[in-house]
Design a protein around this ligand. Sequence first.
Ligand code: DGP
Length: 114
Amino acid sequence: MTLFEKIMNGDLPADFVHQDDQAVAFRDINPAAPVHILIVPRKVIPTTNDITDEDGPLIGHMFAIARDLAKKEGIADDGYRLLFNCNRHGGQEVYHLHLHLLGGRPLGRMVAAA
Ligand code: DGP
């Protein structure tokens, strides 16, 4: 079972900000910005490489959750970043698809220097 399945099942605690039948969202344990939320589908999809065409509505739903949470967190107007990390070069740590919602301060341009 993935770490995020354990969180969704309630076996591990998390600070949930959204839950529905398809996806959940909770605050990142190691926030990289004042707002750092992970949007996680209940379906286990290891990486963005594993997304299928049938997952389109689910992925769209994740973005809709991010949009609504950005508004709720008060960061929609100033702006924010949404990102997926994939595999080693992407810096992925948890192999259960998740969309990062980051904001609350200027985030700089794109990626940090290696
Ligand atoms: P990624 O590198 O894209 O796989 O991001 C994984 C994120 O998950 C990372 O920012 C830290 C976060 N994380 C890892 N373990 C936990 C946990 O047990 N609880 C919460 N809330 N977040 C976690």
